[in-house]
Design a protein around this ligand. Structure first.
Ligand SMILES: [Cu+2]
Length: 280
C-alpha cells in the first residue's frame, strides 16, 4: 500500500493513499478469473462540505471502499464458477474493519507480508483487516445471487452518522417535528423507531444521505463500507447485471394462518408481526 509519512495525519486524512498490485513473475496457486482490489478508508467530511477535515481523531463520518460510500460503491460482478480473489487494504486513520461476505466462506491466501501456506488457510466468513494491512481472500463463486459484502462495525455501514445522539427508541416526541419545522424546514426527530427512516431525510447539496440504496424489493438501509457481490450463471460481460431474479419458491414470505396453525402457532396472538398484507 502507498501512503505518505510526511504530515501523514493531513495527507492520509485527505486521501493520499493507494494500492500497488504486484504480480509474481511465476504465478502461484490456482489461476483466478476475477481479481478485485478494495482500499478501505474513513474520513471526516462535514455535511455540505467537500473538503475532508484531517484534524479529526475518532469521529469519522464517511466510511468508504475505493473512496465510495454505498450506494455509490461498485458491485463485484462474477460468473458462476469463477475463482474470485478480493484484495482488501486498510489505510483508515484509526479503525480496523472486519469485512464480512454473505453466502460464501472463503480462505485468506495472502497478507501484505506474502502468501499464506495452504495448511494455514482456514475457512472464514469475515476477515479482519487491521490498519496498514492487506488481506487477500479467495473462493469459488458457486452460488448465484446478490450477496452483501460489508464492514461489520455497525457505524461503518452508515454515512454521516452523528455519535452524540440521545437514545430516542420508544420515545414519543408528540408534534415536536411540526413545531421545529416552522423554524427549521425538514427537521426530523431522529431514532424514535430506530435509524432506518433516516434514508428519507433531506440533506444539503454535496452530501450523501445517512443510508439507503434502491433495492429490488425495498430500500436497502445500509451505507458506508457496503457493496454487493453479484454472481450470475449467464453473463455476456462483467458490467452490472442489475438485481438477481430469485428462482420461484426461493423468496421468504409471510406465513399463512394455515401454516402457522399447522406449526402450533396461534395466528391471532397479540404482538404478531404485521405480515404486510393488511391482515393484522
Ligand atoms: Cu469498518
Amino acid at each position: 500500500m502507498y501512503h505518505s509519512h510526511h504530515d501523514e495525519m493531513t495527507q492520509i486524512g485527505m486521501g493520499m493513499t493507494g494500492l500497488f498490485v504486484i504480480h509474481p513473475q511465476k504465478p502461484r496457486g490456482p489461476a483466478v478469473d476475477r481479481d478485485f482490489a478494495i482500499l478501505l478508508h474513513e474520513w471526516r467530511i462535514d455535511v455540505g462540505t467537500m473538503r475532508p477535515n484531517p484534524n479529526e481523531m475518532v469521529e469519522f463520518n464517511m466510511l468508504t471502499m475505493n473512496a465510495k460510500a454505498f450506494p455509490g460503491t461498485e458491485p463485484l460482478v462474477v460468473r458462476k464458477g469463477d475463482r474470485v480473489r478480493i484484495r482488501i487494504g486498510n489505510l483508515s486513520p484509526m479503525d480496523h474493519h472486519p469485512i464480512h461476505l454473505h453466502g460464501y466462506r472463503f480462505v485468506t491466501t495472502e497478507t501484505d507480508g506474502g502468501p499464506i501456506p495452504q495448511s494455514a488457510q482456514r475457512p472464514e466468513t469475515s476477515v479482519l483487516v487491521p490498519v496498514s494491512s492487506t488481506r487477500t481472500i479467495e473462493f469459488v463463486a458457486d452460488e448465484p445471487g446478490d450477496w452483501a459484502m460489508h464492514c461489520h462495525m455497525t457505524h461503518h455501514v452508515m454515512n454521516q452518522m452523528g455519535h452524540f445522539l440521545p437514545n430516542m427508541i420508544g420515545v414519543d416526541p408528540g408534534n415536536l417535528n411540526e413545531k421545529v419545522r416552522k423554524l427549521l424546514p425538514g427537521y426530523m426527530t431522529m431514532g424514535q423507531n430506530g435509524m432506518a427512516g433516516m434514508g428519507d431525510m433531506k440533506v444539503p447539496p454535496n452530501s450523501v444521505p445517512m443510508l439507503g440504496g434502491v433495492g429490488k424489493y425495498d430500500e436497502i438501509t445500509m451505507g458506508g463500507m457496503f457493496t454487493v457481490l453479484k454472481v450470475r450463471e449467464n453473463l455476456k460481460s462483467y458490467a452490472d447485471p442489475g438485481w438477481y431474479e430469485s428462482p420461484k419458491g426461493t423468496l421468504a414470505s409471510a406465513a399463512s394462518d394455515a401454516d402457522l396453525k399447522k406449526d402450533g402457532v396461534n395466528p391471532e396472538m397479540p404482538g404478531r408481526a404485521d405480515p404486510g398484507d393488511g391482515r393484522s
